[in-house]
Ligand binder design. Structure first.
Ligand code: SAH
Length: 488
């Protein structure tokens, strides 16, 4: 049996793009992922299909027992020969108990690596627009726990040294003990007017901040009902906070979008929304499997071949290569049902035509996914007499339902985008396994449809459609999401 291997990986503070390249590589090849409560669930979508997910949700105050069980699990999976990732919020060595896990692995003789991540204090401050050091306001920076193993949970530290010796202090897990922390710092000589900034859910769409000083912040926290996960930044740098940071100023900041998906890969439009600051969850996730070429099909028997997706085009050329068929022996004209399919055909140095330009023929072959094979009636309407060959199957990865559950639990869906009628059906079917219905989804979110077909499909299933695009485009979608954001 192969020897197992463990990677103790820092997931970063929240924004999934803050994961390191090495961390991403580890996730992509892991057989098992043990992850914490504060890890952004969207990172679980980076894993390979079929990877096992183990939630080690560490709720505050219940650390001890769990930690031993987690250490045992790491050892157990590695001994089974698995490639294991232990995914932790922020950096694994900052209040991440990585030392204990590494010791357990050492003891069991298991190979491991530690992959650093961006820690919450640095990530959250940066996204709140405040640098942790600054030539004019802070030359030293300390990371301090706001909660520890003492009987009261109040941290036992060198308060005098901290109050007088360090310019910028970041407290982790400190919201509950904030009154005590402020009192201690003032008592040991820090100016009561020292600025304080709290950043809750830093680096994601839920990010919220609260500014005050050592004297006022504890009351403000109570009044504003601020809670964990938050970091508390104490020091002159905190006054560099402006009304809105570069992150919060993005046009779609704070928008949480579930974007319906019907095939493998990311949608270009969804990526545009992300660039403008939205949190986007493309759902569900698919893996494409190429079909085997049926023996009875000979491409040279046709004079028109119609492709229903770029993937069908890729499959076709892969078949030619595999079967040593020279493209020049294929006489057929090649048609693409969409612009994307035509572009794909052209990328293989062949001319591509829109299906609208098709002349009559009785030697016609249509190439598409299994989704299409089930729509025989529609195909017949479009293409009359034809043969059909399946190029690929898009299989749903069940794991994404699990991610979806966590996204819903964290209240991170306030807009749903349906790019097609197919997407309406797929999302509704999948999300039903989590107990959600069109009506519960409409209670949570605004619904945007790409066109009249998706709108009809949505309404038929009981959705209230809030927006429909007449001529779907990136710009129109962005405008709609901006309008939704403004109306909140
Ligand atoms: N290893 C982590 C820290 C784990 S301790 C790291 O390096 O960041 C958990 C504490 O981290 C929380 O109580 C909170 O104080 C802080 N934290 C984690 N994620 C955060 C976030 N997105 N925004 C603000 N604080 C966060």
């Amino acid at each position: 049996m192969n020897e197992g291997y463990v990677y103790l990986v820092g997931a970063g503070p929240g924004d999934i793009r803050l994961l390191t390249v090495k961390g991403k590589q580890c996730l992509e090849k892991a057989d098992v992922i043990l992850y914490d409560r504060l890890v952004n669930p969207l990172l679980l979508e980076v894993t390979k299909p079929g990877a096992e997910m183990v939630y080690c949700g560490k709720l505050p105050d219940r650390h001890l027992l769990r930690q031993e069980a987690i250490n045992d699990l790491l050892v157990k999976y590695a001994q089974e020969g698995k490639n294991v990732v232990r995914l932790k919020g922020g950096d694994p060595s900052v209040y991440g108990r990585v030392g204990e896990e590494a010791a357990a692995l050492e003891e069991a003789g298991i190979s491991y690596e530690i992959v650093p991540g961006i820690t919450a204090s640095i990530g959250a401050s940066t996204y709140a627009g405040v640098p942790v050091t600054h030539r004019d306001y802070g030359a030293s920076f300390a990371i301090v726990t706001g909660h520890d193993k003492s009987p009261t949970g109040q941290p036992i530290i060198d308060w005098k040294g901290l109050a007088t010796g360090i310019d910028t202090i970041a407290f982790y897990m400190g919201v509950k003990n904030l009154p005590y922390i402020c009192e201690q710092l003032i008592h040991f000589g820090r100016d009561p007017k020292t600025p304080v900034l709290l950043v809750q859910w830093g680096t994601v769409g839920k990010q919220k901040t609260l500014s005050g000083d050592l004297e006022t912040i504890a009351d403000l926290v109570k009044k504003e009902k601020f809670s964990n996960p938050a970091i508390t930044l104490v020091g002159q740098v905190a006054k560099l906070r402006t009304k809105e940071s570069w992150f919060e100023r993005q046009p779609l900041f704070g928008e949480h979008i579930l974007f319906g998906r019907t095939t493998e890969g990311a949608s270009e439009i969804a990526n545009e929304l992300v660039k403008l600051g939205a949190d986007v969850f493309e759902y569900p996730r698919f893996v494409t499997k190429h079909a085997k070429l049926e023996q009875s099909i000979s491409f040279s028997n046709y004079d028109q071949i119609i492709f229903h997706s770029p993937k069908s085009v890729q499959w076709f050329f892969a078949q030619l290569k595999m079967n040593h068929i020279d493209i020049r022996s294929i006489q057929a004209q090649l048609f693409g049902a969409s612009k994307k399919s035509r572009r794909e055909i052209e990328s293989f140095a062949c001319s591509a035509f829109p299906v609208q330009e098709m002349m009559d023929s009785n030697k016609r072959l249509v190439v598409g996914s299994t989704n299409w094979s089930t729509k025989e009636q529609k195909r017949n309407e479009l293409y009359g007499d034809h043969d059909f060959v399946v190029s690929h199957v898009d299989e749903i990865i069940e794991q994404s339902n699990f991610t979806c559950q966590r996204i819903l639990d964290e209240d991170r869906v306030d807009t749903i985008v349906f790019p097609s009628a197919e997407a309406v059906k797929v999302v509704t079917d999948q999300i039903a396994t989590l107990g959600e219905t069109p009506s519960t989804l409409c209670d949570r979110a605004k619904i945007i449809c790409f066109g009249s077909e998706s709108k009809k499909a949505a309404e038929d299933l009981g959705y209230r459609v809030d927006f429909m695009m007449n001529e779907p485009s990136k710009d129109e979608l962005i405008q709609i999401v901006k309008d939704i954001a403004k109306s909140r």
